[in-house]
Design a binder for this molecule. Structure first.
Ligand code: PA5
Length: 431
């Protein structure tokens, strides 16, 4: 099938990319396929779309259905990869105002330690029927563990002996405090596969269950990802746009551009930026290496960060994400007095003007010395978002390998945790 993602750039031609990166890309690709690359134990995300469509979709939908029937509001507890994917896709596929009609509201906890947030969350849910999805692959992460302790106490106070019917745990199959608690309390549960790390887990129940509860078409999401798996299964960089994107990033880094800004023109995409930042930041930023992932939501940020991007230090490149908006548009009305001088736009819609603004911005930033990549990702729907997710996952793995790091570990994240345990005097902790 024709790739829904078209990559436009004028940095290197495809044949230049092939001659500079082709052989290394092919070698890394083969190592990933043969399971001999560094961190190969965590390559399970490559098979997820097909596996989940075949084996797990029904059970996810069944549990989601149960929660949808019993709850008006579902609190999803998790942090990092156990939170960002679901939140990003929910935001990108939901209406701007109000929730998807007829679906429970899905809200998040455990991704911060604000007592004020928790206090207000408990007040907010107090007059609604509640369910909780608690997600932690390790089952021991402090932020979600604290949130779950508080919410479990709240749920037990409210629902007594039927509490366990309103809680779903998603965690490791056998280890961790959350697994033990889920087994002992007989919560419904799903497993995060051993070979899928947190930031690559959005297409497991980690992302799929909250999304199904929120009314997202997870089957279409998985179908988009499955088609992307097929599309990006070739080692040939000349016909693999995900590998072209990975190679371009590394080329730009070698040229001194060590900050990548993901830019979009759809406000609904803002949380997706955060998912993308985690994916690339945590996968590549190690051993003193990496491209710093940043993001801007245009045109809003043209009036804040636009000056820097146009005219500041020349060490950044921009990757634009372009959707075909498919959830409505608004025409510009004509007025008789034309006092604001906007009648010249009255044959246009806002989305059309937004698109012109994208091209105007690209032209300006290119003239200002910012290398540009444009990803045309097709319609703004579940299928294309699923496709885009896999595009970024496979390009992230390739990009990190080209950089010479293990994409799947995150040793640096442990440092602050040790300090917390020392400062809070965790029993048994020797720092
Ligand atoms: O990508 C990762 O592995 C991390 O961001 C984790 O998702 C995050 O630290 C949360 O971990 P856990 O799911 O074990 O609570």
């Amino acid at each position: 099938m024709v790739s829904p993602i078209i990559i436009n750039q004028s940095i290197l031609t495809v044949s230049e990319l092939d001659s500079v990166f082709g052989k290394r890309v092919e070698k890394i690709h083969n190592e990933m396929v043969n399971g001999t690359s560094i961190g190969a134990d965590f390559l399970g995300w490559r098979n997820l779309p097909e596996e989940v469509l075949e084996n797990e979709l029904e059970s996810v939908l069944a549990v989601a259905d149960k929660l949808r029937k019993s709850a008006e509001i579902v609190v999803v507890i998790g942090v990092g990869g156990s939170y960002l994917g679901a939140k990003a896709i929910q935001d990108v596929l939901s209406p701007y105002f109000g929730q998807n009609t007829g679906n429970p509201e899905v809200i998040f906890a455990g991704h911060n330690l604000s007592g004020t947030y928790m206090k207000q969350l408990l007040q907010y849910i107090s007059d609604k029927e509640v369910a909780v999805i608690v997600i932690s692959k390790s089952g021991t992460t402090t932020e979600p563990a604290i949130a779950f302790r508080i919410l479990l106490e709240y749920m037990e106070g409210r629902y007594g002996s039927s509490t366990s019917e309103r809680i779903v745990a998603i965690t490791d199959k056998s280890v961790g405090a959350l697994r033990e608690l889920a087994n002992r309390s007989e919560f419904a549960s799903f497993v995060v596969p051993d070979d899928v790390g947190g930031r690559f887990s959005v297409l497991t129940p980690v992302g799929l269950l909250p999304l199904a509860v929120a009314g997202v078409d997870i089957e279409q999401l998985l179908k988009g990802a499955k088609d992307a798996v097929a599309e990006f299964s070739t080692a040939d960089i000349a016909s693999n746009s995900a590998y072209q994107y990975a190679a371009l990033r590394n080329h730009l880094l070698n040229e001194g551009f060590d900050i990548e800004i993901l830019a979009s023109f759809s406000p609904r995409f803002a949380t997706f930026h955060e998912w993308w930042k985690q994916l690339f930041g945590e996968s590549e930023g190690k051993d003193g290496k990496g491209i710093f992932p940043a993001s801007v939501a245009y045109p809003t940020d043209l009036h804040s960060m636009g000056q820097f991007v146009q005219d500041g230090r020349r060490e950044l490149f921009e990757t634009f994400v372009q959707f075909i908006e498919s959830m409505g548009d608004n025409a510009i009305p004509s007025t008789t007095d034309n006092l604001d001088g906007l009648n010249y736009l009255s044959d246009k819609t806002m989305n059309e003007i937004n698109e012109v603004t994208l091209h105007a911005t690209m032209e300006a930033h290119e003239a200002g010395g910012v290398p540009l990549i444009l990803l045309k990702v097709g319609n703004h729907d579940a299928y294309h978002i699923g496709y885009l997710i896999y595009f970024f996952e496979i390009s992230c793995a390739m990009s990190a390998y080209l950089l010479g790091v293990n994409p799947f570990d995150q040793p640096g994240v442990e440092e602050y945790k040790k300090n917390i345990f020392r400062m809070l005097e965790k029993p048994g902790f020797v720092g």
